[in-house]
Design a protein around this ligand. Structure first.
Ligand code: 5GP
Length: 190
């Protein structure tokens, strides 16, 4: 997606440890116009799937997920990183966080993820695929059909895509970062 790639090259910052900082338009300040373009592109790519629900993980996935949910007119559920005291009947799994280098639990109420759902997972980044694997596990527990996964940015020097494709999951990403070596952002040409 051209506008996204240009924005990453203009405003993204490569940090040590293979981390791309996109705080000025995705992860802290959000550019709603770019988010809408991102959502339009996800909807185009998943047009052949009959999606009934969008799922994401709090917090950074919520903005693009809501935009996609709005365009498809379907509900959006975000998996929570802390079990709310008011939630009793829930699905839960453990995810290893790439950016924080530790495990955390993610939970979704059984009420909002069921075997009637055909689910699209939307997130900001695909790195090693741990967050995505956790969501696939929640869908499996619920008996929901996972139609695919859409990521704004994929880092192909990490190997989340291989992990997900080995699980027969359809993966779409709108910008693929090939390398962040020497503080240089190298984006894959289409
Ligand atoms: P994974 O589970 O695929 O290893 O990592 C995905 C999650 O880690 C994303 O939801 C995102 O929040 C975070 N993440 C991974 N790599 C980056 C990165 O380079 N920059 C930022 N800002 N977040 C990242």
């Amino acid at each position: 997606m051209k506008a996204l790639k240009e924005r990453i090259l203009r405003d993204g910052k490569s940090l040590p440890g293979g981390i791309l900082k996109v705080d000025s338009f995705i992860n802290h300040q959000i550019d709603p116009c770019l988010m809408r373009q991102i959502a339009v592109e996800f909807v185009r790519r998943f047009a052949s799937s009959r999606i009934t629900k969008i799922i994401t993980i709090e917090a950074s996935g919520i903005a693009p997920a809501v935009m996609v949910g709005l365009l498809l007119d379907v509900p959006v559920v975000f998996a929570k990183k802390k079990k709310p005291s008011t939630m009793d009947d829930m699905l839960s799994t453990t995810v290893f966080s790439f950016t924080k280098q530790r495990n955390y639990d993610v939970v979704v109420s059984r009420e909002f993820l069921t075997s009637a759902d055909r689910v699209l997972f939307i997130d900001d980044f695909l790195a090693n695929g741990n967050a995505a694997k956790g969501v696939a596990c929640l869908c499996r527990q619920a008996g929901a059909k996972l139609e695919g996964m859409g990521f704004i940015i994929e880092k192909s020097f990490q190997h989340g895509r291989d992990l997900l494709e080995d699980m027969n999951i359809r993966v779409e990403s709108l910008a693929v970062i090939e390398s962040l070596d020497n503080c240089q952002i190298k984006i894959k040409e289409e």
